[in-house]
Design a protein around this ligand. Structure first.
Ligand SMILES: NC(=O)c1ccc[n+]([C@@H]2O[C@H](COP(=O)([O-])OP(=O)(O)OC[C@H]3O[C@@H](n4cnc5c(N)ncnc54)[C@H](O)[C@@H]3O)[C@@H](O)[C@H]2O)c1
Length: 448
């Protein structure tokens, strides 16, 4: 009998197999109800994937009003334990996500599994009538992304992708400045995330109890090629194309979400050209540690860089005819260009003095200084910063919970998530094919 069958069958029963005491759903429903929130507005959720991000978004979900965690799923025993520790409660646990989807007391699932599992779980969850918060990047392949969009539409579910800049008050301010024309026409944007340590390069420590007894390795592999148990692949999956998309899928996607949000982008880029290299973290990975991509969008060009070999603050910078906007870490600064009309003083240097003086006199006549008392005040540099305790992941999760409750469309649905994911795939396509990646919207394919 497979691991799947065992865990699914036993899921609802009390068990001590993994050192965990299970509660029945009835006991759980009575156990915790957030104060002041009517019971009929409570969103009951379960987590699928409780690694680093799974625990973060679980905590974010628990910080939102009117939520209750009812069950949890992961492939590694240690993370089933960790989830319950973070939730401060004993939960039903399983290694088979389908057992979560079978539960009647689950309204929504938080999916924080490696990228190659996103599409299958999200599609099954939609078909089971669950709303889905799915971590970024939404999809491992272009086909996966469109299948997820179809599942969201066919089953009429709320699907929200977990790229939290979409709900950030800092990015909302940037969008407001852009929309009201503070920057004028923006034709160039650059952004980067650079790191310089082992954790940043995904060389995470392996828990000492990692083994085929504590981990369901075959399920982890899923649609990826079969191979013998390898804890490095399990815990450092980002390093391998079988499970992740390297730097574009891990980090470009955040930069893309920010840019697509500010400029209301509603399609993937037209073209992408990537240069990159693997120069330092050369062991046990098949993805580069530097990726530098130039994207072509209809009205602007975007340069994205992720480098795992030098630390520098995270920046997104927009260059416009009227102003420049920079978001450095969480601080937004916008400053105007000097667009005051000025007489030409460079190219007239070679004119005879008489012509030069006439030109300057005419210019001053055509551009008179305002009368005293009529000088307008000019907008100058502005800075905005989120308060120190602000967590945009909680805002993003709260938006999801509100959508689940009210059926208001998700702030970052599968269509939005698909556009940023496709841009990540285009960056990788260009790097690995050493060619320009061209988005063929009609064929829904990347072409060389
Ligand atoms: N939004 C963000 O800022 C952010 C940050 C980090 C990670 N992420 C995303 O979150 C996802 C998870 O990343 P992570 O860093 O938490 O990885 P992780 O390796 O720490 O955790 C993944 C967990 O998923 C479990 N898992 C794998 N396949 C499963 C399956 N079929 N069913 C149930 N559980 C399964 C594993 O056991 C593991 O515990 C990724 O898509 C990643 O890109 C997003």
């Amino acid at each position: 009998m497979s691991h799947h069958q065992i865990s699914r069958r036993d899921f609802m029963r009390a068990s001590t197999a993994a050192g965990v005491t299970f509660l029945t759903p009835t006991m759980l429903q009575a156990s915790s109800r957030p104060a002041g929130v009517p019971a009929n507005e409570r969103v009951r959720f379960a987590s699928i994937g409780n690694g680093v991000r799974g625990c973060e978004i679980m905590r974010a979900a628990l910080a939102c009003p009117g939520t209750e965690m009812v069950a949890t799923c992961d492939l590694y025993d240690g993370r089933l334990t960790a989830a319950q520790e973070y939730a401060h409660k004993v939960l039903p646990t399983t290694k088979d996500y389908r057992a979560i989807l079978d539960r009647k007391d689950v309204d929504a699932v938080l999916v924080a599994v490696p990228d190659h599992w996103h599409a299958r779980i999200a599609q099954d969850a939609c078909a089971a009538g669950k709303d889905v918060y799915c971590e970024k990047p939404m999809a491992h392949t272009v086909d996966d992304g469109f299948a997820m969009v179809d599942a969201m539409n066919t089953h009429n579910r709320i699907v929200q992708v977990g790229s939290q800049r979409r709900s950030s008050i800092v990015y909302a301010k940037a969008k407001e400045l852009f929309d009201r024309g503070f920057l004028g026409q923006v034709n160039a944007i650059e952004a980067w995330v650079d790191r310089n340590d082992a954790s940043g390069a995904w060389v995470y420590p392996i828990p000492p109890d990692a083994s085929e007894t504590t981990i369901d390795w075959n399920t982890f592999l899923g649609s990826a090629p079969k191979r013998p148990f390898d804890p490095k692949r399990f815990f450092r999956w980002r390093c391998y194309q079988d499970y992740g998309e390297g730097l574009p899928g891990d980090l470009f996607v955040h930069l893309l979400t920010g840019v697509h949000t500010i400029l209301s982008v509603k399609a993937p880029p037209a073209r992408a050209a990537t240069m990159g290299s693997l120069s330092r973290w050369t062991e046990d990975r098949d993805v580069p540690d530097l990726v530098w991509t130039l994207y072509e969008y209809p009205t602007f060009r975007l340069s994205l860089r992720c480098n795992l070999n030098n630390e520098s603050p995270e920046v997104t910078r927009l260059f416009g005819t009227q102003g420049t906007l920079e978001i450095k870490n969480d601080v937004l600064t916008a400053w105007p260009q000097d667009t005051e009309p000025k007489p030409e003083d460079y190219s007239i240097l070679g004119w005879p003095e008489k012509l030069r003086n006439e030109y300057l006199a005419n210019w001053r006549k055509e551009h008179p200084s305002p009368e005293p008392g009529h000088y307008p005040l000019r907008e100058s540099a502005q800075t905005f910063q989120a308060p120190p305790n602000y967590d945009y992941t909680v805002d993003h999760m709260n938006n999801f919970m509100e959508s689940v409750r009210t059926r208001r469309p998700s702030v970052e649905d599968a269509v939005f998530g698909n556009h940023t994911a496709i841009a990540c795939h285009m960056a990788n396509y260009s790097y690995f094919h050493k060619a320009m990646a061209v988005w063929d919207a009609e064929a829904k394919q990347i072409r060389g």
